[in-house]
Write a protein that binds this ligand. Sequence first.
Ligand code: CU
Length: 116
Amino acid sequence: MHKSSRQKLLRIAAIATALLAASVAQAAEVVVDQLNKTFVIEGNKVEAISINVGDTLRFRNDDPFFHNIFSLSDLKTFDLGSFPQGQSKTVTFDKAGTVEVECAIHPEMYMEVTVK
Ligand SMILES: [Cu+2]
């Protein structure tokens, strides 16, 4: 193979590897606790959160009773079912937009997720 073609190929391979590493590094997992019938992130009550496409929210029940986290939003419809204290379930958000998250057991629970 001609030397300059080989260098070009190596450069393309290096760029592709860097892009792959960047996309993997961007995906994050955020723990969202259910505590006192509110959504809590790192100890702070939240009613809105902004994440990136590909990120995952881990809903973790810290209350001594069941929660049933769900969303009817078109962007990401899900129903995690009832789960007790100490258990967690994950949702990965793969499209940009807004998702409203609620609890089927406690209508006062609400959080808006903006996916960028
Ligand atoms: Cu609940």
